[in-house]
Write a protein that binds this ligand. Structure first.
Ligand SMILES: NC(=O)c1ccc[n+]([C@@H]2O[C@H](COP(=O)([O-])OP(=O)(O)OC[C@H]3O[C@@H](n4cnc5c(N)ncnc54)[C@H](OP(=O)(O)O)[C@@H]3O)[C@@H](O)[C@H]2O)c1
Length: 351
């Protein structure tokens, strides 16, 4: 086995082979990205022939369905083939048998893994099992891209919480609505289309009851070319009851009620039990403040409309800005013009 391992390691160092394996990993990431299997991970797999051609491929479509490796293996395996898979194969019996066993039974000799699986039931055990059986296993190819294609999964398995993106749309002077509560529309149609793309990347969209009452949003993805599932609608209702006539009432919303304010930490720990690993928080100001105060915002996406409110409207984040030392520092990772508006992306900086 050692001999075979050394030989394969030499082969994968060949630049042409590496290019093929990397292309295959990109193909596997693309395949994974087309699926909606949460709370399971998005996983794609490609089987390469010894000369680098794609023999078969597969991806994990839905919870309880075939894992990506098994779907790819079903397309056929020949001696000398390489399995390229975005996530470490599982080594435990879940709703389906362990993928490591399927890989060994198929006679695959070399496995290239994108990212290790942070799920406590896997965490390196899948790779160990394959190596112990004598397979050549490479780990970490395009791991950042693999994680970026399913950030909610990796975040949830590491923290136990749903990943939170806070999205706000304000005037240039930081107001989400005018004093009369009207906010349609502070940003341009282009920015609103971009915000629908953000919704399409999220398992759920969350607002507070104040926004439900003021705007009656449907919280759906409305993009011409979108045919994926709609994100769940989530409401922090507090003491109030969701009006039966509201646009989201018929969408099987997840509603959090409480005799006081809803505990944000409990919300982000409970959402994964509903299959929600990533949630887009769309406000309003009191809910935005609650998530920021709880330090449970993982990413901020801020659309700044090319408009000035002037005077006192409704600021984006509720509360009182008492002292500069209270300000939350953001690390900005991207600034992009969206039509006439600006989109700023970042995360709360470590303190
Ligand atoms: N431009 C934008 O991006 C944007 C986005 C959203 C909203 N808006 C605007 O924002 C305004 C509404 O804002 P808002 O602050 O009144 O409403 P909100 O933040 O949407 O909702 C606040 C309500 O949520 C409930 N809640 C439950 N748990 C909570 C918690 N932990 N923290 C905070 N609230 C909790 C409370 O209801 P109870 O009082 O019953 O306890 C509270 O009154 C509207 O004018 C809307 O148009 C603008």
């Amino acid at each position: 086995m050692e001999e075979r391992g050394r030989f394969v390691r030499h082969a994968i160092d060949n630049s042409v082979d590496r290019l093929d394996v990397e292309s295959a990993m990109r193909r596997a990431i693309d395949l994974a990205s087309t699926a909606y299997p949460h709370p399971n991970p998005r996983v794609g797999a490609v089987i390469l022939t010894p000369d680098g051609h794609v023999r078969s491929s597969g991806f994990h479509r839905s919870p309880g369905g075939h894992h990506a490796e098994v779907a790819a293996i079903a397309g056929g395996v020949e001696p000398g083939d390489t399995l390229v898979v975005t996530l470490e194969p599982c080594n435990h019996q879940g709703r389906t048998p362990p993928c490591t066993q399927a890989i060994l039974d198929a006679g695959i000799e070399r496995v290239v893994v994108g990212a290790l699986d942070p799920d406590t039931r896997v965490r390196g055990q899948g790779v160990d099992r394959l190596r112990e059986a004598g397979l050549e296993v490479h780990v970490g190819l395009l791991a950042p891209e693999v994680e970026a294609a399913d950030p909610g999964y990796f975040h949830h398995r590491r923290t136990g919480r749903a990943r939170v993106t806070l999205k706000l749309a304000t005037t240039l002077d930081g107001q989400v609505a005018a004093a009369d509560g009207s906010s349609r529309w502070i940003t341009s149609p282009e920015a609103r289309t971009d915000a629908h793309r953000l919704r399409s990347l999220s398992d759920a969209v969350l607002v507070g009851m104040g926004t439900v009452i003021a705007d009656d949003p449907s919280l759906t993805v409305r993009l011409d070319d979108y045919d994926g599932p709609q994100p769940r609608a989530v409401v922090l209702a507090g003491t109030r009851t969701l009006p039966a006539t509201s646009a989201i009432a018929g969408r099987d919303p997840i509603v959090y009620r409480s005799s006081a304010t809803v505990d944000i930490d409990e919300v982000v720990r409970d959402l994964p039990l509903h299959g929600v690993l990533s949630v887009l928080v769309e406000g309003g100001p009191r809910v935005a403040a609650a998530f920021l105060e709880a330090r449970l915002v993982d990413e901020v996406v801020w659309y700044v409309g090319a408009k000035l409110g002037g005077g006192v409207g409704i600021p984006a984040i509720a509360g009182t800005f008492t002292s500069v030392s209270d300000a939350i520092t953001l690390s900005v990772t991207d600034v992009t013009m969206i039509g006439p508006d600006v989109r700023i992306t970042g995360h709360v900086a470590d303190e």
